[in-house]
Design a binder for this molecule. Sequence first.
Ligand code: B12
Length: 216
Amino acid sequence: MESLEDFYNQIALAIVELNEDRARELAIRSINEGLDLLKVIERGFGEGIRRIGNLWEDGDIFLPELMLGGNIMQECMGLLLPHLKSKNKSYSPGSIVIATIEGDIHSIGKTIVATLLNANGFEVYDLGADVPAEKIIDVAIEKEADIIGISALLTTTMIGQKKVISLLKKQGIRNKFKVILGGAPVTEAWTKECEADGYAENAIDSIKLVKKLLSK
Ligand code: B12
């Protein structure tokens, strides 16, 4: 087999070239060859879709192509993510309600984080995308969650992350949950401004963050 770097690059290229058959073939190969699927996702598929985002931002491709790239990515995640699932179902170190905030349909990164948390034994309630702040809070109360995770990929929807925290304060239940943020535009400064408990830039850091918060 070629070097791993080469392999990740081939995946990224298949996504950038919107070559659905090739992307699917490489996803299946990753599973069959027992590769570290999280690395395959982050460094292969994730890298490819980020490059597509940049091409779109620079006007080098158009919306239908961005959408096709998103679809291919999702199809491949559908193949890969079930293989990340497993382990420790009998023991849950904690529970988390996770969603992409209202107005925002970006779900790929949030789903990766949810799947990896689940694979690490956490009880995960993934509410999907475009979810109102009120609903996220209702489910967190109902499930007695330890953590609320909120994803936002658009600068225009990030404000919804702040809204969840404001509503928790208003209801006098802010200290019942740790609230964590994620999504490409989220920064340390934004996390502070929202008075959230933390943020993570990728799925692996998300697991570390959740474990750290639950050990406090
Ligand atoms: C794929 C994609 C789409 C797909 C989404 C498919 C889907 N079901 O998710 C489609 C084509 C539908 C789409 C639509 C749109 N998109 Co779009 N899209 C992207 C793209 C290229 C990649 C996003 C992605 O999946 N990345 C890969 C994953 C693995 O990374 P991630 O999402 O960042 O997630 C990781 C971390 O952030 C973190 N994380 C994520 N969530 C969480 C949550 C928690 C709690 C934690 C701890 C961590 C965490 O861990 C994840 C795993 O590593 C980005 C470009 C980019 N650079 O982000 C643009 C981008 C986000 N889109 C953009 C735009 C503008 C749009 C549209 C408005 C376009 C339009 N005119 O219609 C619409 C949005 C409609 C809406 N109301 O939401 C802009 C946003 C610009 C801005 N400043 O707000 C971007 C940045 C493109 C660009 N460069 O301009 N998009």
